[in-house]
Design a protein around this ligand. Sequence first.
Ligand code: CAA
Length: 261
Amino acid sequence: MDFILYEVNGAVGTITINREKALNALNSQVLEELDATLDAVDLDAVRCLILTGAGAKSFVAGADIGEMSTLTKAEGEAFGKKGNDVFRKLETFPIPVIAAVNGFALGGGCELAMSCDIRICAENAVFGQPEVGLGITPGFGGTQRLARLVGAGMAKQMIYTARNIKADEAFRIGLVNAVYPAEELMAQAEKMAGGIAKNAPIAVRNCKKAINEGLDVDMDKAIVIEEKLFGDCFETEDQKYGMAFFLDKNKEKVKEPFKNC
Ligand code: CAA
């Protein structure tokens, strides 16, 4: 891999987009390597992922403008599909993914962060969809995910004006869950990922699936999705250990109930 770093620490995997000279901009190779990295995650060992960018300045400064500058209509559409396919893989990845946004998250970078389950950022983070200033629409899901996350009115304002917003505004509109001093960001992401990884892994996966799939359908169908995934938890090691832990009068016997689930 030239542009992706992947490290595992306990049950937490950290993927770093590592193309610092171009502020981690996404060219085809970065997208392909990200795709291959996700395929290689050992889902028996890893329970939560963190996604971040190399260096102190940028998470991802967008899709690679140099690569896009000469594309035909058909190639543009294919490039959009390449990004969308990887981002959808991330969004529907079986385990949670936390975006630790450590600087610019513009265009494809904002879209990448929005494909993650949870976004936290550093105080120097900048979010935006500057595409209309380049003569294109957002192409890796921005028109769809931004509207779903912050509402159509705010998404349209950000996209039509191409105005970037700082971390405090991203927090105010609900685009990120928390803002930290830059030097604390990774520790906070690791703390959150560790907390998720401690919980019942099958239940956590089923929660992700229920929330994602439920949001795509009406409430009558959504609650049926939940019922099925709720039911699927029963008879699992997770459920047996989790409930035994609660009911056990002598709790020190099962200090880490989900360690071996
Ligand atoms: N594509 C390709 N290269 C990029 C890039 C991008 N999106 N963003 C930054 N770079 C490169 C710059 O060309 C520069 O390379 P050189 O040193 O070889 O000249 C290097 O990264 C450093 O960038 P700057 O010198 O511009 O750094 P800066 O601090 O002055 O500005 C910035 C930082 C405001 C993020 C600025 O780089 C910028 O505006 N970048 C482009 C942001 C953007 O428009 N992103 C959206 C792309 S379109 C998209 O993503 C479509 C989609 O939805 C799929």
